[in-house]
Design a binder for this molecule. Structure first.
Ligand code: SAH
Length: 483
C-alpha cells in the first residue's frame, strides 16, 4: 500500500450468531476480540499455545473451543471470519494468506496491509452501534471521534432502540407511509421519552410512544430538567448535564452559572437569567421562577432550570420541584458538583481524613432572617469538618459562637473565593483571625468557609491557582489570650 492513499472501505455489520469465527492468538488482544464476538453470539474457535487469564475460563466453561496450539489450514474449514491477533508477524501472514486463498475475510490486528477486513472503533448503546473507520489512515483520529461521540450520546439510547424493536410491527401497521413514520420518529425523539428512560420508567416511555403513535397527544408535553451546573468550570459539568443542555428549548439560569457553561448549551436555546440579586425580594423572585417554569413547560417546552453547584444543596431545588409536582409537570434532576466538593478539591483540602475528620457538616452561614443559628455545641465537637456556604458576612458571629462553645481558637480555617475558577483565592488561618483576615483580603461572594483540622492541608497540598494566603499567627495568639 502506498503511503499517500488510504482505501475507502465498505462498512458492513455481520450477523455472527452461531457462525464460526476463528481467532488465532491467545493474548489480551485476542481476549478483547473474543469478548466482542461472544456478545454477537458467534461460535468462537481459538488457536493458541497459551491462553490469557480471561480466555482460559471461557474454554473451561465451553463458551469457546480451543482447537490447539498451532494454526493449520483445515481449521478454516467451518469459519466465516478469521481474526489473527498473534504478536508474530510470520504467523499472522500465514493465517492471512490461508484465509485469502479460501476467500475468507480476515482481520489482522494492527496490520491493515495484511487484513482484508478491519474492525472499526465503536460506540455502542444497546443494539444501536456506530462504527468508525479511517481506512487505516489515522486510527487515532477514529478513536478521538469515538470518544467525542461517547460523551454526546445519551445512555438511554440503547433502551430507546430496544423499545422501538418491541413496537416495530405496531409502528409499521399504524403508520404504513414513510413520511408519517418519519414524523412519528421525529416526535418520539424529542427527548421526553429518553428522559423517562433515564429515570428507569420504561412503562411511561412505552406509553408516551404509544400515545404518540395514536396521536392522542398532538402537542408535546413540556417538562423541566433541574440541572446542577457545578462550580463554574465547564469541565466539571456532568455528561448528563451536557446532554440535557443540548436538548433544551429554554434555559432558566442563576447568576452564579458561568458563561463558559452556558456556551455549551444548544445554540438556539433561549437563555433567561433568573438570578436573585442582592437586596432583592428573594421570595417574590422564587415565585416568579416557579410561574415561568410552569408556563414554559405548559407551552410544550423542554425547560432546563440550571443552578450553580448542585440543585439540592442550598439551591431551593426542592421548592421548585414541589411547585412542578403541584401542577403535574414532568421533571428530572441532574446532580452537579456542589461548592463544598469543588472548592475542597481545588484548595487541596480533603474533607475527611482518617486522622482528623470522620464526619462532614454542610451548613449555611445565613438564615432566612440574618445570621444562622445552629447547634453550636455539636459543631464545636472535635473530629469533624464544617463547611459553611454563603459565608462572606457574619463571620464574627460564627467565630464567636464556635469558640464560645469550646472549639479552640487555634482551629484552622480556609476561605475559598471563586473556587475552581481561574481567579480562585484561598485564605488560610486559624479561627481567631477569621473575621479580620476576611476583611483584610476583602473576600467577596461566592466564597466558602471550611473550618476544621483538615483546612490546614491547604498550605501543604494546594495545587491549583495561587498558593493560599496564610495568616500571621501573632494575632491568633492575641485572640486566644483575650478569649
Ligand atoms: N447550589 C450551590 C450553592 C448555592 S448557595 C452548590 O451546590 O454549590 C451559594 C453559595 O455557594 C455561595 O455563597 C458560596 O458559599 C458557595 N459557592 C458556590 N460556588 C462557589 C465557588 N465557585 N467558590 C466558592 N463558593 C461557592
Amino acid at each position: 500500500m502506498q503511503d499517500t492513499a488510504a482505501p475507502t472501505l465498505f462498512p458492513l455489520f455481520l450477523d455472527l450468531r452461531g457462525r464460526r469465527v476463528l481467532v488465532v492468538g491467545g493474548g489480551s488482544v485476542a481476549a478483547r476480540k473474543v469478548t466482542a464476538l461472544l456478545e454477537a453470539q458467534a461460535d468462537v474457535a481459538l488457536v493458541a499455545p497459551a491462553l490469557d487469564a480471561t480466555l482460559a475460563p471461557l474454554v473451561r466453561m465451553q463458551r469457546i473451543t480451543h482447537l490447539g496450539a498451532t494454526f493449520a489450514r483445515h481449521q478454516l474449514d467451518d469459519a466465516w471470519l478469521v481474526i489473527a491477533t498473534t504478536d508474530d508477524p510470520l504467523v499472522n501472514r500465514v493465517v492471512a494468506e490461508a484465509a485469502n486463498t479460501r476467500r475468507l475475510w480476515v482481520n489482522v490486528v494492527d496490520d491493515a496491509e495484511l487484513a482484508s477486513a478491519q474492525l472499526p472503533a465503536r460506540v455502542q448503546r444497546g443494539p444501536l452501534q456506530i462504527a468508525i473507520s479511517s481506512g487505516g489512515a489515522a486510527p487515532m483520529l477514529a478513536r478521538h471521534l469515538r470518544e467525542q461521540l461517547e460523551t454526546q450520546l445519551d445512555d438511554s439510547l440503547g433502551a430507546l432502540a430496544q423499545l422501538f424493536v418491541t413496537l416495530r410491527s405496531r409502528i409499521r401497521a399504524r403508520l404504513p407511509e414513510l413520511p408519517a413514520r418519519r414524523a412519528f420518529f421525529r416526535r418520539a425523539l424529542d427527548g421526553r421519552v429518553q428522559a423517562q428512560l433515564r429515570r428507569g420508567d420504561i412503562d411511561a416511555a412505552r406509553e408516551s410512544l404509544e400515545a404518540e403513535l395514536e396521536q392522542i397527544n398532538p402537542t408535546p408535553r413540556g417538562r423541566v430538567s433541574l440541572v446542577g451546573a457545578g462550580p463554574g468550570d465547564p469541565g466539571l459539568l456532568t455528561l448528563r448535564a451536557l446532554r440535557v443542555l443540548n436538548d433544551a428549548d429554554v434555559i432558566l439560569h442563576d447568576r452564579l452559572v458561568s458563561a463558559e457553561v452556558l456556551a455549551l448549551a444548544r445554540r438556539d436555546a433561549q437563555r433567561i437569567e433568573v438570578g436573585k440579586r442582592v437586596g432583592g425580594n428573594h421570595d417574590a423572585t422564587q415565585q416568579r421562577i416557579h410561574a415561568l417554569m410552569i408556563e414554559l413547560a405548559r407551552a410544550g417546552k423542554h425547560v432546563v432550570r440550571l443552578k450553580g453547584g448542585d440543585p439540592f444543596v442550598f439551591g431551593r431545588g426542592g421548592e421548585e420541584l414541589q411547585a412542578l409536582r403541584a401542577q403535574d409537570i414532568d421533571y428530572e434532576v441532574v446532580p452537579g458538583i456542589t461548592a463544598a466538593v469543588a472548592c475542597a478539591a481545588h484548595a487541596g483540602i480533603p474533607l475527611t481524613h482518617r486522622a482528623h475528620a470522620q464526619s462532614l457538616r454542610i451548613l449555611t452561614a445565613q438564615a432566612k432572617a440574618g445570621e444562622a443559628e445552629h447547634d453550636w455545641a455539636a459543631l464545636a465537637q472535635p473530629g469533624q469538618t464544617r463547611v459553611f456556604y454563603m459565608g462572606v458576612s457574619g463571620l464574627e458571629h460564627l467565630r464567636d459562637k464556635l469558640v464560645g462553645h469550646g472549639l479552640p481558637a487555634s482551629t484552622p480555617f480556609a476561605l475559598i473565593e471563586n473556587g475552581s475558577l481561574p481567579q480562585q483565592r484561598v485564605i488560610a488561618g486559624t479561627l481567631a483571625t477569621l473575621p479580620v483576615l476576611a476583611r483584610e483580603h476583602a473576600v467577596q461572594a461566592p466564597a466558602l468557609l471550611i473550618v476544621g483540622e483538615v483546612a490546614a492541608f491547604a498550605t501543604e497540598l494546594h495545587w491549583f491557582g495561587a498558593a493560599p494566603l496564610v495568616a500571621n499567627d501573632a494575632r491568633c495568639r492575641d485572640f486566644a489570650r483575650a478569649a
